[in-house]
Design a protein around this ligand. Structure first.
Ligand SMILES: Cc1cc2nc3c(=O)[nH]c(=O)nc-3n(C[C@H](O)[C@H](O)[C@H](O)COP(=O)(O)OP(=O)(O)OC[C@H]3O[C@@H](n4cnc5c(N)ncnc54)[C@H](O)[C@@H]3O)c2cc1C
Length: 485
C-alpha cells in the first residue's frame, strides 16, 4: 500500500481549489476522494429550476482561475458547474480524483503517523487529510409526524427529480429559504396548485441581475486587468455591506427597501402581513429575488403559516385542522450545516470521533484545525459561512493557511502538526466576542447559523479582511509538532 502525502475529500470549490493550489506549488502527490460520479459539489447536486448564485460571479470564482466569460452578473447553476469543470480540466485534476469513493471512515494511525482512509472502494493512507466536504452538502429531512407514510412523490430541493412532471399537479413546498425562493416562481408556472408552508418569512430584496454583454466579455478577455478591477469593486462594496451586520442600524434602510418590495408586488394586505418578517433583517440570510413575491400573488398559490401537524398518505394537515390534498411534496428544508456528517467519520488520536469532540457544539481553530486531530485540516469548518459576500474568499484564505502549514512541515521535517487547545480556545473567544453585537446575535431569530447548543457556530462574524489577517499567516507556535526520527 503506497502512502499518499495528501488526501482531499470532496470536489466542490474547496477540494478543487486546494488541488489547484497544490499543483501550482508543484505538489503532485495527492489524491481526491469524491463520493459522486462527477465534480461540482453544491453546483452538481442542486439542479432545481432557477438555481443560481446570490453573489456576483466575478467574485464567486477563484482569484487564481478568473473567468472572463460569465454571461450574467449572478450566474445560474449550469454556468457555475461548467466553470468548475473547466477548472478541473485546465489544471488537469482528473487523474487525481477517485470518483464514487465515499469516505466511510478516516482514522489517525498513531503508530505509522498517517491517516487510514476507508472508502467505499477500499483502504488508502495519507500523511495529511483535508476535508472539503462542504457545510451545505447533506440535505436536512425534517422529522415531521407521518412524513414516512406519505405515498405521493417526495423530493428535497437539493436532489431534484427531473423525471417527475409537476405540470398540472397539486404541490406542497415546505420551507421559504434561499432555494425555495428560487424554484417557487419557476414551478408556480407549471403546477395546478402550490401550497407554500412557511415557518418564518424571509427578508427579500430585489435581485439586481443583468446579462453581461458580448462587448464586456471581450474586454475582460482581452484586458484581464478590467476583470480584476471589477472583482475588486465587488469585493469592496460587499465588505462595506458587511458592516451592516455589525452595525445593525444600517440594516433599517434595507428593511425599508424590503417593505417597499413587498408592497409594490403584492396587493393583498393579508398576504403582505404573512410575508413580513418579525425579526431584524440580516439575522437570517437576506434573500434576493424579483419574481418570488409576484409568484406568491398568483391565484394558484397559497401561503400557509399555520404549523404542520401531520403528513398523511396524500395530504398535509395543519394545526388549524385544515387538510390539503397533494400529489407532490418538495422539501426546501436546508442542510445539516452545524452537525456536519463528515464529523461522524473522522477519528483522531485514541480513536476520538470528531462528532464526539463536537458534542458541545462544533469548534475549531480558524475553521480549519481541531485538537486531537493531527495532520487534519477542514475547509469551511465551524464559523466560516458568510452573510455578505462570497464564500470562495473564505475557502481561498483557508487553503493559503493549509499550504503554509504543509510548507512548514516539509521544510522543518515535521511529521505531525496538531493545533493546541489554547489556540483553539483563544480563536473561539475572539469569534464569540465579535459575534456579540452582530445582527445574528441580536436580531431575534432562530437560524441555521446556530448549533444545537444555541451558539452561533456557522457564520464568520467579521469582514473578509479580518478573516484573511487571522487565517492566512501560519503561526507554528499555535501547533504542537513532532518530527521525523
Ligand atoms: C443552493 C445553494 C446556493 C448557494 N449559493 C451561494 C452563494 O450565492 N454564495 C455563496 O458564497 N455560497 C453559496 N452557497 C454555499 C456553497 O455551498 C459554497 O459557496 C461552496 O459551494 C461550498 O463548496 P465546498 O467545496 O466547501 O462544498 P460542496 O460544494 O458541498 O462540496 C462538497 C463535496 O464533498 C463531497 N463529499 C461529502 N462527503 C463526502 C464523503 N464522505 N466522501 C467523499 N466525498 C464526499 C460531496 O459529494 C461534494 O462533492 C450555496 C449553497 C447552496 C446549497
Amino acid at each position: 500500500m503506497t502512502i499518499k502525502s495528501i488526501a482531499i475529500i470532496g470536489t466542490g470549490f474547496s477540494g478543487i481549489g486546494t488541488a489547484i493550489r497544490l499543483k501550482q506549488r508543484g505538489i503532485e502527490d495527492f489524491i481526491i476522494f469524491e463520493r459522486a460520479q462527477n465534480v461540482g459539489g453544491t453546483w452538481r447536486d442542486n439542479t432545481y429550476p432557477g438555481c443560481a448564485c446570490d453573489i456576483e460571479s466575478h467574485l464567486y470564482s477563484f482569484s487564481f482561475a478568473l473567468n472572463p466569460q460569465w454571461s450574467r452578473k449572478f450566474s445560474f447553476q449550469p454556468e457555475i458547474l461548467n466553470y468548475l469543470h473547466n477548472c478541473v480540466n485546465q489544471f488537469n485534476l482528473r487523474p487525481h480524483i477517485r470518483f464514487q469513493h465515499e469516505v466511510i471512515e478516516a482514522t489517525w494511525d498513531e503508530a505509522h503517523q498517517y491517516w487510514r482512509i476507508q472508502t467505499s472502494q477500499g483502504i488508502y493512507t495519507a500523511r495529511v487529510l483535508i476535508a472539503g466536504t462542504g457545510a451545505l452538502s447533506e440535505p436536512m429531512i425534517p422529522k415531521l409526524p407521518g412524513i414516512d407514510l406519505f405515498q405521493g412523490h417526495i423530493m428535497h430541493s437539493a436532489r431534484w427529480d427531473h423525471q417527475y412532471q409537476l405540470k398540472g399537479k397539486k404541490v406542497a413546498v415546505i420551507g421559504t429559504g434561499a432555494s425555495s425562493i428560487q424554484f417557487v416562481p419557476e414551478i408556480q408556472l407549471q403546477v395546478d396548485q402550490l401550497y407554500l408552508y412557511q415557518r418564518t418569512a424571509a427578508w427579500v430584496i430585489p435581485r439586481l441581475d443583468r446579462v453581461i454583454s458580448k462587448l464586456e466579455r471581450q474586454l475582460t478577455s482581452k484586458i484581464p486587468i478590467i476583470q480584476k478591477i471589477l472583482r475588486w469593486k465587488t469585493y469592496i462594496l460587499r465588505e462595506a455591506l458587511g458592516l451592516a451586520f455589525r452595525y445593525p442600524w444600517i440594516l433599517k434602510m434595507g428593511e425599508i427597501l424590503a417593505h417597499y418590495h413587498i408592497k409594490r408586488t403584492i396587493s393583498d394586505p393579508i398576504l403582505q402581513k404573512k410575508l413580513t418578517p418579525k425579526y431584524r433583517m440580516g439575522c437570517k440570510r437576506i434573500l434576493i429575488s424579483n419574481n418570488y413575491y409576484p409568484a406568491l400573488a398568483k391565484k394558484n398559490v397559497e401561503v400557509i403559516t399555520d404549523e404542520i401537524q401531520e403528513i398523511r398518505s396524500h395530504s398535509i394537515v395543519t394545526r388549524d385542522g385544515k387538510e390539503r390534498q397533494i400529489d407532490s411534496l418538495i422539501l426546501a428544508t436546508g442542510f445539516h450545516a452545524t452537525d456536519m456528517p463528515i464529523a461522524t467519520k473522522i477519528r483522531g488520536r485514541n480513536g476520538t470521533l470528531l462528532s464526539d469532540s463536537w458534542k458541545g457544539g462544533p469548534r475549531s481553530y480558524l475553521g480549519i484545525s481541531v485538537p486531537c486531530f493531527p495532520n487534519f485540516f477542514l475547509i469551511m469548518g465551524p464559523n466560516t459561512t458568510l452573510g455578505h459576500t462570497s464564500v470562495v474568499l473564505i475557502i481561498e484564505s483557508q487553503i493559503e493557511h493549509i499550504l503554509k502549514a504543509l510548507h512548514f512541515m516539509a521544510t522543518h521535517q515535521v511529521s505531525t502538526l496538531e493545533v493546541k487547545k489554547e489556540a483553539e480556545d483563544q480563536f473561539n473567544l475572539e469569534v464569540d466576542q465579535q459575534m456579540k453585537n452582530t445582527i445574528w446575535s441580536t436580531g431575534g431569530c432562530n437560524s441555521w447559523y446556530q448549533d444545537s447548543t444555541g451558539r452561533i457556530s456557522a457564520i464568520w462574524p467579521a469582514s473578509i479582511a479580518t478573516f484573511r489577517n487571522r487565517v492566512e499567516p501560519f503561526v507554528s507556535s499555535d501547533y504542537a509538532l513532532s518530527r521525523f526520527k
